[in-house]
Design a protein around this ligand. Structure first.
Ligand code: OAD
Length: 253
C-alpha cells in the first residue's frame, strides 16, 4: 500500500478528522510562507518590528504599511488544488473541520465551511484599543483618510485602526481556541498541512491528538516540528498531495 493509500484508509476509518493548516497550504497560491529560507516573510522582515503591539505603538505607519503590502501580495491569490481538495474532503466527511493559522480566506473561497481561524483575518480591521469591546471591528472602506499617513483613526475613539490579526504575544480569539480545543478532544485523525509547527498553541495540537491515541498525518515537502510525531508523512506540496488523497478515496468506493 502506498503512503497515499494508507492516508485514505486512516481517513475512512476515522470518526472525527481535523485538519490543521499553515502558510504552506497557500504557497502554491503565490502567498509567501513565513519561514522558508529564501522567500519566507520572516527571512526578509523582523517580526518583532512588525507583528507585535509594541511595534504598532512605536510606529503605526510602518506596521500598517507592512500589512497593506501583504494585502497587496494576497489580492491576486486564488485557492489552489490543495484548498479545493480539503473542501472536497469536507464534502465527503461532513464532520471534518479545518483549523487554520492562515489569515487569508482561501479555504472559505475553495468551499470549506466552519473554518476555525486561530490568527484572525487580514482582510479585516479593528480598533487598536478595542474601545467598544473585543474586537471592535472597523470597516475602513467607509473612512476617508490620507493613506500616505498610515492607519486611519477609529471612528469611535480616535485610536489607530489595526489589522484584525493575532500578533506575537497576543492571546488568540477565545471562541476559536475553545472550538479547536473541543475538536482536539474528539479527533482520531489530524491531518497537518504546511506548517512548521513552531508557533504555539497550534504547534501542540497534533501532539494532543496523538497522546489521546489519534493518528497524525503530515503533508509537507520538508520536515517540520510535527514530523517526528507523525504516523504518516506525505512528502510534497499540498496542491499535489491532497488531490491524490481525494483520488485514492474515490478509488476505494
Ligand atoms: P511557516 O512559514 O513557519 O511554515 C510553512 C511550512 O509550510 C513549512 O514547514 C514548509 O516546509 C511548508 N511548505 C512550503 N511549501 C509547501 C507546500 N507547497 N505545501 C505544503 N507545505 C509547504 O508557516 P506557519 O507554520 O503557518 O503567525 O507559521 C505559523 C505562524 O507563524 C503564522 O500563522 C504566523 C507566523 O508568524 C502569526 O502571524 C501570528
Amino acid at each position: 500500500m502506498t503512503a497515499i493509500q494508507k492516508a485514505a484508509k486512516y481517513l475512512l476509518e476515522a470518526s472525527q478528522i481535523t485538519v490543521l493548516t499553515g502558510a504552506g497550504v497557500s504557497k502554491e497560491s503565490g502567498i509567501p510562507t513565513f519561514r522558508d529560507a529564501l522567500d519566507g516573510l520572516w527571512s526578509q522582515f523582523d517580526p518583532t518590528q512588525l507583528a507585535t503591539r509594541q511595534a504598532f505603538k512605536a510606529d503605526p505607519k510602518l506596521v500598517w504599511d507592512f500589512y497593506e503590502y501583504r494585502r497587496e501580495l494576497m489580492r491576486p491569490a486564488e485557492p489552489n488544488a490543495g484548498h479545493y481538495a480539503l473542501a472536497e474532503l469536507q464534502e465527503r466527511f461532513p464532520t471534518l473541520r479545518i483549523i487554520t493559522q492562515n489569515v487569508d480566506d482561501l479555504h472559505e473561497r475553495a468551499g470549506s465551511t466552519n473554518v476555525i481561524r486561530l490568527h484572525g483575518n487580514i482582510a479585516k480591521n479593528k480598533c487598536f484599543a478595542n474601545c467598544q469591546g473585543n474586537p471592535t471591528p472597523v470597516d475602513v472602506s467607509q473612512l476617508a483618510w490620507d493613506k500616505s499617513s498610515g492607519p486611519p483613526r477609529c471612528p469611535y475613539c480616535g485610536q489607530p485602526v489595526r489589522p484584525d490579526v493575532v500578533w506575537f504575544g497576543e492571546t488568540l480569539p477565545l471562541d476559536q481556541l475553545e472550538q479547536a480545543k473541543e475538536l482536539l478532544e474528539i479527533s482520531d485523525v489530524m491531518l497537518v498541512v504546511g506548517t512548521s509547527g513552531l508557533v504555539s498553541p497550534s504547534a501542540e495540537m497534533p501532539e494532543i491528538v496523538r497522546s489521546r491515541g489519534g493518528v497524525v498525518i503530515e503533508v509537507n515537502p520538508d520536515s517540520s516540528m510535527i514530523t517526528r510525531i507523525a504516523e504518516l508523512k506525505l512528502d510534497g506540496a499540498s496542491g499535489v498531495i491532497l488531490p491524490q488523497v481525494v483520488t485514492a478515496l474515490a478509488n476505494k468506493n
